[in-house]
Design a protein around this ligand. Structure first.
Ligand code: SF4
Length: 354
């Protein structure tokens, strides 16, 4: 039976051109010295996503900040006493930090750093989708705007999505899922939940190609294939490990394989190399530059972050995240449910059957 409300076919999101910051050693050192002094003056801490540049990741760790996934970035910022949180990542990550830390100043190197999943899910269209299915709970991925989170019943990250969906399914709920169709499809397959899926996708993970991945795997028989579940089903089917960014780094650290083929943004290689020096990391194949690949295993929005922009923001002000309080408070409820679930599950208070 077709859904009562047609699931909108999403327009293709065109990412910006890839512009990566290139610094020589002298400029890098000078920028870092300036930024460190400014951070001290402004009581600021830097939280950076795994997909940002090695320079930003190193700076975050050198200054007592953290490098992590979006949820841990927000959690870290919440627990840290600094009055200013600098979020190096994309806009929904800055918003999530602000949602959980309304009393803090949250700034970003570039507020134009978006995400194709967030852009593919406008709040008014998502609200209409929910209104058309009042019998379903709505579960949204963290890669959404504050307004979409405010309208949703639950927010999930890729690391906990399957557990929460399984739990809700076992409670007898039917679900709406947004915005990533590949992650939603993967979660639906492994949980058996009744889910209607929004049709957004990530421009980076969408570009991984199963046929080329099979060929690369055959050339590297000792390699384990690590895949982020925002990738297409045919790519996920080839994985030895499917997981969130944090789970994939852990796989590189703990698995005995000497080589890994990695299907996620190659910014993560910086942390993987640090976690398992000596192991060989290979990018999972995309269609390649000049073909249909528009992102080629690196997110052009993540690449908008850099040391020059960070120094400029600290010097000149601006780029602060503001969220209307009603939206922020409602979004906080949906995120808090996830945090409470994660804590209860860890404490053994939630049992998920087979
Ligand atoms: S890598 Fe994909 S999901 Fe992550 S920020 Fe970029 S477009 Fe969004």
């Amino acid at each position: 039976m077709s859904p009562a409300f047609p699931i909108p076919v999403r327009p293709v999101i065109q990412p910006p051109p890839m512009v990566e910051e290139v610094l020589d050693d002298a400029e890098r050192t000078a920028l870092k010295t300036r930024i460190k002094a400014l951070m001290k003056q402004q009581d600021a801490v830097l939280v950076a996503h795994y997909y940002t540049s090695a320079d930003l990741q190193d700076l975050a760790e050198e200054t007592g900040g953290c490098v992590s996934d979006s949820l841990e970035m927000a959690r870290f910022g919440h627990a840290h006493p600094a009055k200013t949180l600098i979020v190096a990542g994309v806009k929904f990550m800055g918003e999530t930090a602000k949602i959980l830390n309304p009393e803090k100043r949250v700034i970003m190197p570039d507020l134009a750093a978006e995400c194709s999943l967030d852009l593919a899910c406008p709040a008014d269209e998502f609200a209409a989708f929910c209104d058309a299915h009042p019998d379903r709970l709505s579960v949204v991925y963290a890669n959404t705007s504050a307004a979409v989170k405010a309208r949703a019943d639950w927010v999930v990250t890729s690391g906990i999505a399957a557990k929460i969906v399984k739990y809700l399914h076992q409670q007898g709920h039917k679900l709406l899922w947004a915005p990533d169709r590949h992650l939603g499809d993967y979660v639906q397959r492994i949980t058996g939940a009744d889910m209607l899926l929004w049709q957004g996708s990530c421009v980076v993970h969408e570009a991984f190609k199963a046929d080329a991945l099979k060929k690369l795997r055959a050339e590297h028989p000792n390699a384990a294939v690590l895949v982020h579940p925002e990738s297409p089903e045919a790519v996920i089917a080839l994985a030895d490990v499917v997981g969130s960014t944090t789970q994939l780094i852990e796989a590189v650290r703990t698995l005995p394989n000497p080589e890994f083929i990695v299907a996620t943004d190659n910014g993560i290689f910086h942390k993987m190399h640090a976690a398992a020096p000596g192991k060989i990391l290979l990018e999972a194949p995309t269609a390649g530059e000049g073909a249909t690949c528009v992102s080629c295993a690196h997110c052009p929005w993540m690449a908008m972050n850099g040391l020059r922009k960070l120094a400029a923001v600290l010097e000149n002000g601006g780029n602060e995240i503001h969220i209307e309080e009603g939206i922020r408070a409602r979004a906080a409820v949906s995120i808090q449910k996830m945090l409470d679930f994660a804590a209860a599950e860890k404490a053994g208070q939630i049992q998920l059957g087979d």
